[in-house]
Design a protein around this ligand. Structure first.
Ligand SMILES: Nc1ncnc2c1ncn2[C@@H]1O[C@H](COP(=O)(O)OP(=O)(O)OP(=O)(O)O)[C@@H](O)[C@H]1O
Ligand SMILES: [Mg+2]
Length: 616
């Protein structure tokens, strides 16, 4: 007896539907995409009970005539492609001719549609894939599709649905994607008769972001200016350094208007942010890549969520470069917030737009800030960074008065305000909180600086500069250490000898899988190199899996520095604080530490007034 049988049309449809329609949000996605492809300017989405009881999408797009309304329910019926060649350059969101028949096979389905100018429309119903009726309909031009009792005929599938709240939030996320992807289209989302979103057509992306996500998020974004390079146009907004989320949900990238996921994109975003992103966190992005549809294959995932690039390397490099650029560009904006509002009569020493108040007692103690750049630092020789004993990060700090005796008061340290009339100071140091946070006053209100994070950032950039130029100075060990490594680690060290040596680690081969270390970076002196070296190998090995070679050394430096940077509870005197802030502001990326944590927080007068109830 033969064991193979052809599935009935009904079961075949259900099987096919399983790939496309996973949950109510997938229905919303497919229907909204159809509406957008039909040129709709307004799309209304309505769901009940998380979409499991009802999903309705109504649009004011082209609508369909009677024949098309019937045909669109057939599998592989589409108006969007004609031949196999068209598959190579898809410019619509849909193209498979599968979505409507799939939805119709797993729900109680109703379609009403009418072309603009047509005398009558069509109203038809499908139940579990079988047409129940077709008649004239009198709705407004456009298309309205309703899917009730999703998976009613597939109890196993229905069981996989989550709570109403969870399904609703998936629907909402889907709507967000579509609304961000198509700012010119108006959207309404109604959940159990509650209007969740009412988004008028927006003039541009940022307006849509503001409408959808609020002004607070919009204010945390940097613009990636619209630019086309080599046929790839990139534009949009990304979170400022320090703005991140614990999941990828806010990391939106659209390729030719389609929200997609792609490992190349994920990698490029992370690389672009690099140290501006906290480990384990994900960026917030609203990025649009537009390119020749032939350069990207969208036919790789049943729900069209994934894409494949013809030249992933080009896309990756472009994205990394532009993001890095945007983040660096954000720096000017950032320093501006630390500038005083009233600059009249400013007389302080300007450092990158920052003017530091100098009390009379400090005048003459601080040398004028040297111009930026490694050569200008006046380092003659190492020591590079005397991390252990003090917080001084630059040699000229040595000129500063010594630190207070050990056993200094552990609580907040009041620093005398030094009124200096006529200096028009940009900020004034008020004191230190918990021996960690420097409190400052600027034109906008209160600024809190995380001393530890600030030091890390300064150290990190200093080390990186050193690595790029003459290398990190090494300190010879009295007793060289030999280490035997696992063969894989050993290969790995061999491949990265250059980087290690630039980092000030004197290392050479000493037999099979054995290495001799005879020098360590100077700022680590006193440490037993063996555990440190193992740590570095671990770090380098880990980062090599996730980062490009180019960035390897930097990543390791960041982690090493973090561990060996100034401890949080060092007591700083005012001149040291001033210097710290100056050094920080001179950094390329001053607003966060090498691990992406913020270095400074601004609490504006506005916020204070709100908190104290002076302002609504
Ligand atoms: N809201 C709508 N307004 C006008 N025409 C529509 C609408 N929805 C669907 N159609 C028509 O029905 C056809 C079938 O839709 P369906 O979603 O099943 O396939 P598709 O969009 O072509 O491809 P995919 O399966 O990839 O979504 C579409 O090609 C389109 O011509
Ligand atoms: Mg479709």
């Amino acid at each position: 007896m033969s064991r193979i049988a052809l599935l009935s049309e009904e079961v075949a449809s259900q099987v096919a539907a399983g790939e496309v329609i996973e949950r109510p949000a997938s229905v919303v996605k497919e229907l909204v995409e159809n509406s957008i492809d039909a040129g709709a300017k307004k799309i209304e989405v309505m769901i009940r009970r998380g979409g499991s009881s009802m999903i309705r999408v109504a649009d004011d797009g082209t609508g369909m005539d009677r024949d098309d309304a019937l045909l669109c329910l057939e599998r592989h019926a589409t108006s969007k492609i004609r031949t196999g060649l068209d598959l190579a350059a898809i410019s619509t969101l849909g193209f498979r001719g599968e979505a409507l028949p799939s939805i119709a096979s797993v729900s109680r389905f109703r379609l009403t549609t009418r072309e603009h100018g047509a005398l009558a429309g069509t109203d038809l119903a499908v139940n579990g894939g079988r047409i129940e009726y077709v008649r004239d309909g009198g709705d407004a031009p456009g298309t309205q599709i309703e899917a009730r009792s999703l998976f009613y005929n597939l109890p196993a599938r229905r069981k996989f649905l989550r709570t109403e709240n969870t399904e609703s939030s998936h629907v909402e996320h889907q709507l967000h994607l579509q609304a961000i992807g198509h700012p010119g289209v108006g959207f309404v989302l109604i959940n159990d008769d509650r209007v969740i979103h009412q988004l008028p057509p927006a003039a541009n992306l940022i307006e849509r972001i503001r409408d959808l996500r609020g002004g607070a998020l919009a204010a945390e974004l940097l613009e990636v200016p619209d630019e086309e390079i080599g046929g790839v146009r990139l534009r949009g907004f990304i979170g400022k350094p320090g703005v991140s989320r614990s999941s990828r949900a806010q990391q939106l990238v659209f390729i030719n208007g389609r929200a997609v996921e792609n490992p190349t994109l994920n990698f490029a975003l992370r690389e672009g942010y690099h140290t501006a992103l906290m480990k384990g966190q994900f960026p917030v992005t609203f990025l649009f890549l537009d390119m020749d549809p032939a350069a990207v294959d969208v036919n790789v995932h049943p729900a069209k969520r994934e894409v494949r690039f013809r030249d992933p390397g080009d896309v990756r490099e472009l994205l990394i470069e532009r993001i890095r650029h945007a983040i660096e560009g954000g720096r000017a904006q950032w320093s501006a917030t630390f500038r005083g509002a009233e600059r009249a009569g400013a007389g302080g020493e300007g450092v990158d737009g920052l003017e530091v108040e100098r009390g009379r007692d400090l005048a003459g103690v601080l040398p004028a800030a040297p111009p930026h750049g490694p050569a200008a630092h006046g380092y003659s020789d190492p020591p590079l960074i005397p991390v252990h004993e003090q917080v001084a990060l630059r040699q000229d700090w040595a000129a500063l008065p010594a630190q207070p005796e050990a056993g200094a008061p552990p609580a907040a340290q009041p620093v005398p305000r030094s009124p200096s009339p006529g200096t028009g100071a940009d900020f004034r140091i008020l004191g230190v909180l918990g021996l960690l946070y420097i409190l400052m006053e600027n034109g906008d209100g209160l600024v809190l600086v995380d001393q530890h994070a600030a030091h890390e950032r300064i150290l990190f950039e200093e080390l990186r500069r050193r690595m790029e130029t003459q290398g990190v100075p090494a300190q010879r060990l009295l007793m060289p250490v030999t280490m035997q490594l696992a063969p894989r680690d050993s290969d790995w060290v061999a491949q990265n000898l250059d980087t290690l040596q630039k980092m000030g680690i004197g290392i050479e081969s000493f037999g099979p899988a054995t290495w001799k270390i005879d020098a360590v970076p100077q700022f680590l002196k006193g440490n037993d190199p063996a555990p440190l070296f193992r740590e570095i190998i671990d770090e380098l090995r880990q980062t090599s899996a996730t980062s490009s070679r180019m960035r390897l050394g930097e990543d390791v430096i960041a982690t090493t520095v973090c561990r060996h940077a100034v401890k949080a509870r060092d007591v700083l005197r005012e001149p040291e604080m001033v210097r710290l802030i100056q050094d920080l502001l001179r950094c390329e990326l001053p607003y966060c530490c090498p691990h992406g944590r913020p270095t400074m927080i601004q609490i504006s007068y506005n916020e204070l007034e709100r908190k104290f109830g002076r302002k609504a």
